[in-house]
Design a protein around this ligand. Structure first.
Ligand code: F6P
Length: 495
């Protein structure tokens, strides 16, 4: 069973009351949907609209159990605590997090509803995999209700350093909530290290590498079960929790297959032509989120046009910015800022025949995205902080021609693996400009060499491998056996 804030589909209701389903936004769904297509499981989550009580249903062979949220809960739990408290806090406080007690109360209540739903719908001894920062209290709630379950949790976003995390007024409750899981997965080794540090500082529990020892109280519901229970070095009874990195990925072969289709390659040629056949197409694809560093990339691009290093006749930037969290004030402000900047750059540098920035505030079907990836000579991933960034991996998987240059922020989790990208610090605008110029003029041989190495990595470490590694750790943990070595072989570097 998967439990996540969003189901893989969102319910869209048009002005005339017509309801339809569309794919949900974001990396979580992109990664989990292929996993669930091959598993016989159930997905518990919210259908993306307020005040709708929907019966369980099936889509593309996946059984879905919708969890309802009221309008007030959407405001306080989803837009408030999840996306205006935790999201900025966990992303290096790029925007200031707001701490509101009524948001926290809603977060607790909604987490309890998700836990109740999962407890009700799972078979005896089932494995339940809870996802992301919106549901960090669910593991403990679920363990209390159903000690027979094996519980995994995966955090798709960064886990912040203690100095930042400790600002959270409810920092202990969140740690306790997560420690209800048997296995806790993070994107990067550094995230797992930050979590272990927070556990030591806030709870005083011992950690041995990725193993956390949670003392068992007399009233602990798991004390009756012998799973994970062992003696600590001090002699007390402890339950062991595995907390380590499992870097997420994509269904790389699906992207490869799509990119090989003649009609998608034709569409890529068409896109190039529609843009006026520039020598270089640069591409950014992001949810319109302040963590993605869209403003930094526009600034660098605008300066290159201003100083004459590039010209609109030769270079075009396509920026897909899919709408996201539009009722949260920080996101509204960001949209205004980005659109003002795009307007200024276009006003200053576009000509009748060539537009500097082709800005698209839409989501697109996967086929169109693959065509865009194929058309793009340079892919810009300039996140200021990002759990993984699956767009970087999608671009690489789509480049069946072994061409294209990936510019990748070292603050995105993907940079741990994609070392042959041009790695940049997005705050260093001069460095970013240099990387853009280097990408534009990179010889074909070097492009191919880098892309081949990147592709090998992405095609090997795909999403099937990721989920198999996590589920293997979870299954082993069900038998009281926690692997100490990382299943994907990403050894301890920064811990
Ligand atoms: O992992 C990042 C994430 O926040 C997911 O949890 C989420 O589903 C996705 O990005 C998109 O965001 P949202 O669900 O708020 O539209």
């Amino acid at each position: 069973m998967i439990v996540s804030n969003r189901l893989p589909v969102d319910r869209a209701v048009s002005d005339d009351g017509e309801a339809s389903w569309r794919p949900s936004p974001g990396g979580l769904v992109a990664a989990l949907e292929p996993v669930m297509r091959t598993q016989d499981g159930v997905w518990v989550g919210w259908a993306g609209v307020a005040d709708e009580h929907l019966e369980p249903f099936e889509i593309d062979g996946i059984d879905l159990i919708p969890v309802p949220l009221s309008e007030q809960e959407v405001e306080n739990y989803y837009e408030g605590f999840s996306n205006d408290t935790l999201w900025p806090l966990y992303h290096d406080v790029i925007a200031p997090p707001k701490f509101r007690r009524e948001w926290w109360d809603a977060y607790v209540a909604v987490n309890q509803r998700f836990a109740d739903e999962a407890a009700r719908a799972s078979a005896h001894g089932a494995a339940v995999w809870v996802h992301d920062y919106q549901l960090q209290l669910v593991p403990k709630m679920l363990r209390e209700a159903r000690p027979d379950l094996v519980i995994g949790f995966f955090n798709h976003i960064p886990f912040p350093p203690y100095g930042i995390y400790s600002q959270l007024p409810w920092r202990r409750q969140i740690i306790e909530g997560l420690l209800g899981a048997d296995v806790i997965g993070f994107q990067r080794l550094a995230d797992a290290g930050n979590f272990a540090r927070a556990v030591r500082r806030l709870k005083g529990y011992d950690t041995r590498g990725p193993i956390i020892e949670v003392p068992i109280g007399v009233d602990d519901p798991t004390s009756g079960s012998h799973r994970h229970v062992t003696r600590s070095r001090q002699g007390g009874l402890v339950r062991t929790v595995l907390a380590m990195q499992f870097p997420i990925s994509i269904d790389a072969h699906m992207y490869e297959e799509m990119a090989s289709r003649p009609e998608i390659q034709e569409r890529a040629r068409q896109i190039r032509q529609d843009l006026g056949n520039p020598k270089t197409i640069m591409l950014g694809v992001d949810r319109l989120d302040y963590t993605k560093g869209i403003g930094h990339r526009l600034e660098a691009f605008g300066e290159l046009l201003a100083d004459g290093s590039i010209s609109v006749d030769d270079v075009t930037l396509v920026q897909v910015a899919s709408p996201s969290r539009e009722r949260v004030e920080t996101y509204r402000q960001l949209r205004d800022e980005i659109e003002l900047t795009v307007g200024r750059i276009n006003g200053d540098y576009s000509s009748i025949s060539h537009t500097a920035i082709s800005y698209l505030h839409h989501g697109y079907p996967r086929e169109e995205m693959v065509a865009l990836y194929l058309a793009a000579d340079v892919m810009l991933v300039t996140a200021l902080r990002d759990g993984m960034n699956l767009v970087a991996k999608e671009y690489v998987a789509s480049r069946v021609d072994d061409d294209g240059v990936l510019i990748l922020s070292e603050f995105a989790g993907a940079s741990d693996e994609l070392r042959q990208a041009l790695l940049i610090n997005p705050h260093d605008i001069e460095g970013l400009k240099d990387a853009m110029l280097r990408a534009i003029s990179m010889p074909k041989r070097e492009r191919s060499r880098r892309m081949r190495a990147l592709r090998k990595r992405v095609l090997t470490n795909d999403v099937a491998r990721w989920s198999a590694a996590f589920l293997d750790a979870l299954t082993r943990s069900a038998h009281g056996d926690h692997p100490l070595q990382h299943p994907l072989g990403h050894e301890s570097r920064e811990r």
